[in-house]
Design a protein around this ligand. Structure first.
Ligand SMILES: [Zn+2]
Length: 500
């Protein structure tokens, strides 16, 4: 056996997978951004074929034989190849431990359940969705057993989206967060400081919003020669390749800031993908490493940069130049307070930066209880409503605003929600050390994002998936993941905003 030949064969397989991946992603992009309506079925079928081909390569005999050999020679491999082997082995194991007929039945159930969820949500009637949700949960539990786990049945699901994440780490994280945020939100509600947000819902012509968002993303560091921006119902970012990163924004005439912050958010995801080391192309490592790290970059740009006072000190006059009539009576202070207003709400995706994590804590606690069987599908709405009362002081009026609001569970996406919150927490930890290295506030006040971007490129973006999330955090900050940075960031920002 010649090891170099085996490495070359393995890399050729990974290149083929990259090709299928890009082809599928392009069809997906087309489907979401205005490809012909009549061509929908054709494209969906092509995507299905690419997905199946990829699955066959990832779980085939050839991959297995190569992985067996390479795993026996790990200390003779370079860092890139080693990491490719580790991640390929993980994919192989996850996909081959589940019996094929059950995987197929589950895929069919997923396709069906999304439609049932939509109908139930529209009818505000959880009982219509309950049975199919129960089936999905039964499959998830069975799959976790097939895969095997350490300590907690929720752990493998967490690890799917955030490599290395466990219930042990998250319990401590969410407990710390809850202990400081619940009382802070309560104190803010008691101030009765009602910041005005009426001006945010005035009429802002969509063409002007577009022009503003294009300029904003350009200034923030999105490279238009290595990507493009379109529109879609649900904004998303699609990194085909470091030199071809595409994102979408959604515009509402009466909610201009929705587009501005979603442009900054998706722009953050895209800037991350555009700045991954080009040497990692064709290895499968040329993409963001995890949902949490990815979300840390989108929230870095959306929240830590674009919801800061320093940012708007430079940028607010520019915004006013686009919308002189709409904003003529709105001062910088009004604007800053308006875009950061704390408001307890039922809906996660409409939540402000502070209460957002409470929505995630609730989902985390419920998912954990689902996986251990501590809560049945019958009891879910009551548990959901109780937690909204306890943490946010709200009485949930119906299932649409309650347990049916998110699409995730309808296709078995358990373990994903926590990445939204830890993304913000990672961002705060990065920001703390970023601010030690560069004059963050001063640069933002000048509208100069060069130093900030350079730090993020060098410490986070460049690695792609070569390092694990834990390694990236330690390399960038010299510390392990710690909730204290996020707690401190939120406490300082909101105490100052609400004079507490
Ligand atoms: Zn995101």
């Amino acid at each position: 056996m010649n090891l170099q030949e085996k490495i070359a064969e393995f890399k050729a397989l990974k290149e083929t997978l990259a090709a299928y991946g890009v082809a599928g992603a392009m069809l997906n992009w087309d489907m979401s951004t205005g490809g012909s309506k009549k061509g929908m079925g054709y494209r969906a079928k092509m995507i299905g074929i690419y997905t199946m081909k990829s699955f066959e390569i990832q779980t085939g005999q050839e991959m297995k034989d190569l992985l067996d050999i390479l795993l026996d020679h790990m200390d003779e491999l370079d860092e890139v190849t080693r990491r490719m082997v580790v991640l390929s082995k993980k994919t192989y194991d996850n996909n081959t431990k589940i019996p094929k007929d059950e995987a197929r039945a589950y895929a069919e159930l997923q396709a069906k359940s999304q439609i049932i969820w939509e109908d139930a949500k529209e009818a505000q009637d959880y009982s219509m969705f309950k049975d199919v949700l129960g089936e999905i949960i039964d499959y998830q539990k069975k799959f976790v057993d097939y895969r095997g786990y350490k300590d907690h049945p929720y752990n493998p699901l967490l690890d799917d989206y955030e490599e290395g994440m466990t219930v042990e780490i998250l319990d401590e994280y969410f407990d710390n967060l809850k202990a400081s945020i619940v009382p802070l939100v309560k104190a803010i509600n008691e101030t009765e400081l009602a910041y005005n947000t009426e001006f945010l819902t005035r009429s802002f012509p969509i063409e002007d919003q577009k022009a503003f968002c294009i300029q904003l993303m350009d200034d923030l560091g999105f490279d238009y020669d290595a990507g493009e921006v379109k529109e879609s119902v649900h904004p998303f970012t699609n990194g085909m390749n470091v030199n071809d990163v595409r994102l979408t924004v959604r515009y509402f005439e009466n909610l201009m800031t929705s587009a501005v912050f979603s442009a900054a958010h998706e722009g953050g995801h895209a800037i991350y993908e555009q700045n991954i080391n080009e040497d990692l192309q064709f290895t499968g490592l040329d993409t963001g490493v995890s949902s949490g790290i990815h979300e840390s970059q989108s929230r870095m740009y959306e929240n830590i940069i674009c919801r800061s006072k320093a940012f708007w000190e430079h940028y607010y006059p520019k915004l006013k130049a686009f919308f002189p009539e709409q904003l003529k009576d709105v001062t910088l202070e009004d604007f800053y307070a308006g875009i950061n207003k704390v408001e307890n709400s039922f809906i996660r995706v409409e939540a402000d930066e502070l209460t957002y994590s409470l929505h995630i804590i609730i989902r985390y606690e419920i998912e954990k209880a689902i996986m251990t069987g501590q809560v049945s599908v019958d009891e879910l709405p009551a548990l959901w409503n109780k937690k909204y009362k306890d943490y946010l002081g709200l009485d949930v009026p119906n299932d649409e605003l309650g347990v049916l609001q998110d699409v995730h569970w309808s296709f078995g996406l358990f373990g994903y929600f926590p990445t939204y919150s830890i993304g913000s927490a990672y961002a705060s930890q990065f920001a703390y050390y970023l601010q030690e290295a560069v004059d963050f506030e001063g640069d933002l006040q000048k509208g100069d994002y060069k130093n900030v971007n350079e730090w993020l490129h060098k410490h986070i973006h460049v690695h792609g998936s070569l390092k694990t999330p834990e390694e990236i955090i330690e390399l960038a900050t010299g510390k392990r993941f710690d909730s204290k940075y996020y707690v401190e960031y939120l406490t300082n920002k909101y105490k100052s905003l609400y004079n507490l």
